[in-house]
Design a protein around this ligand. Sequence first.
Ligand code: PLP
Length: 422
Amino acid sequence: MRTSPVWHPFTQHALEAPMKRVVGTEGAYLIDEDGAPILDAISSWWVITHGHRHPAIMEAIRRASESYDQIIFAEYTHAPAEELADGLIGIAPTGLKHVFYSDSGSTAVEVALKMALGFFHNIGAPRSRICVIEHGYHGDTIGTMSAGERGVFNAAYEPLLFAVDRLPFPEAGREQETLDAFEASCASGQVAALLVEPLVLGAGGMKIYPPAVLAELKRIAERHGSLLIADEVMTGWGRTGRLFACEQAGVAPDILCTSKGLTGGALPLAATLCAAAIFEAHLSTDRRRTFFHSSSYTANPIACAAALANLEIWKTEPVRVRIEALAAKQKTHLRRFEGDPRFCNIRQAGTVSALDLAVPVGGYLSEVGPRLRGFFRERKLLIRPLGNVIYLMPPYCVSDADLDRAYDAIDEAASAFAAGWL
Ligand code: PLP
């Protein structure tokens, strides 16, 4: 058994192959110890958007580090955080007017939940419930696990998790059941917010639902005075085809969480954007109405500078064109598996593609995922299926040849599986 002092996330150290050491990154690749490029077909857990070490982001980091390290973010402020807040409000869905910084997707969502409860508490009409869609994933803190799917990931922590109202996932043809369940939940008058991953439930299995459902959920929330929290930690920054997935549904959420691609993936940073009414409910001469949340590294100036460089890239480079082209290529590649009995549930949302390997037992704990991972690793491809759900979420700079290689490997893996030797 390995005795490394490093404890890696989502890793069963007793079963995993030794870690591969990465010595550098470049564009769509991780570089391994032998100097060989590994195609990062999942953008290093979905953070890298434009490609690893985009020169403009690296330059912004270098320049910011000449003036800043960390600065306390109460009593003091700094230009990178202020400019970034203005920039984010300028490009986010309408109605989002304030930006609260933190440092990961989980904290962005945790902040959103606290903002929602704080809003109702501060206006003197407290509400106690949060609604979510089943199969969601919002992070690994106690609060975000409570909102996420219950199961093997959080069984040990169950005694500490709080109850939420769970809506059935809007399966095709059964969307009305989701809407009816939300309506019923809201009828309690206690739903502070509906927390959703817009259009794609990521870690829950790349499950995709139509924009019209999101739009209808928003209408129901509005009717009942409940808030809509859009967890765009994965879907944001172009993954589903638009800057934010909410745009595809024409939905303006009351709170929006972003992280991952906010800095182009270069540094940890998160932001929770909220409507003016939520901020204003926390404005008072009564100090008890303060928003009591912070993390030490809130609004790290160097990370904010990286995020500003990311915004600039969106303005000055043809990112949208790249995204459209990548989405079109994903579509073409997926087409080759249509009607193929080795696969089912072939699906796509913009630059994200997914398909399920047709196996009798394919849950997250089955050996299918680790075996596939090993197969891809041998071929210098970073692809980490969620059980039997194989998905690609490459950086937007991925080349046609590399995308071909990734799909060829998926094809080969499926044949190997069918032949029973993988
Ligand atoms: N929300 C969503 C939709 C995510 O996909 C993730 C991470 O994958 C998170 C929240 C948690 O983000 P982090 O891992 O940065 O805490």
